[in-house]
Design a binder for this molecule. Structure first.
Ligand code: ARG
Length: 261
């Protein structure tokens, strides 16, 4: 995670961002810390990156890399506003003993990559269409040695995979079908016949931008319908308030880069 010290909305690189909408910096910081404490309370170790001036989107730490089994596949951001974040993430992984692989292809880390360790021996789901290039999916497959399933995103409101789909445990997902091309929808239906299907309202509330440990599912408080569906399926929804961060186009998952040593 990376504290929102310099967080503000000052340019629009996704349809949720409105630079004219004021952000309450103190509230953003408190909400971010509430998420951090929630994760710690659930027993997770949380590392924090130092925020860097001039990089307000650094709070969305998910985008800095994608890790599987001790390998960190680095990010290469689509927009110049975020380009320098990649180096900060790289320094973290290199100092922390990961095998870090710098990418040649444009990709936004866990924003567009999800991992299901118990599906098909370890399956990577990867989004393209808005940020990450399909060539990065092939690159990730080479680097990580896991099958990478390419999924085309077609609705600009769901500009990253992680606002349209989430791993809810080691082998299953929740997703909003409307965010995907018809072929991608069919692929997801075949791979995950027991997936939790989210409504458009829950997807628009960023409900799929969640972090799950396989039992507890930390998700934005507004996604009440999805929380109910997950509870009925045996998961424990843990709602958090992240309204200020949402003004920057992200929620729970965007703030968290999961580490898979
Ligand atoms: N403003 C950021 C951007 O457009 C939001 C990133 C959200 N992160 C995510 N993993 N979806 O890049």
């Amino acid at each position: 995670m990376c504290a929102p010290d310099h967080f503000r909305v000052e340019y629009a690189i996704n349809p949720w961002m409105d630079p004219d909408q004021p952000v309450d910096g103190d509230l953003a910081r408190r909400q971010w810390d509430g998420l951090r404490q929630t994760l710690v309370g659930l027993g997770h170790t949380v590392h924090t990156l130092a925020p860097l001036a001039g990089l307000p989107d650094m709070v969305f730490a998910a985008n800095g890399a994608f890790t599987v089994d001790g390998v960190a596949y680095g990010a290469r951001f689509r927009f110049p506003q975020r380009a320098d974040e990649a180096g900060a993430h790289r320094r973290f992984y290199e100092a922390d003993g990961w095998r870090f692989v710098a990418p040649e292809q444009t990709n936004e880390g866990e924003g567009d990559f999800a991992y299901l360790p118990a599906a098909h021996g370890g399956l990577v789901l990867a989004g393209h269409g808005f940020r990450t290039e399909p060539a990065a999916h092939a690159e990730a497959q080479e680097v990580l040695g896991r099958p990478v399933v390419s999924l085309r995103l077609v609705d600009p409101r769901f500009y990253h995979l992680d606002v349209a789909l989430a791993a809810i445990d080691d082998a299953n997902i929740a997703y909003f079908p409307g965010a995907f091309s018809s072929g991608a929808r069919e692929v997801l239906g075949r791979l995950f016949p027991h997936a939790v299907v989210a409504s458009e309202a829950d997807a628009l509330a960023f409900g799929l931008n969640l972090v799950s440990d396989g039992r507890n599912v930390v998700l934005p408080a507004e996604a009440t319908g999805l929380a109910g569906t997950l509870a009925a399926a045996g998961y424990v929804p843990v709602p958090v308030e992240l309204g200020e961060l949402r003004k920057g186009g992200g929620s729970v998952k965007c703030c968290v880069a999961e580490l898979r040593p």
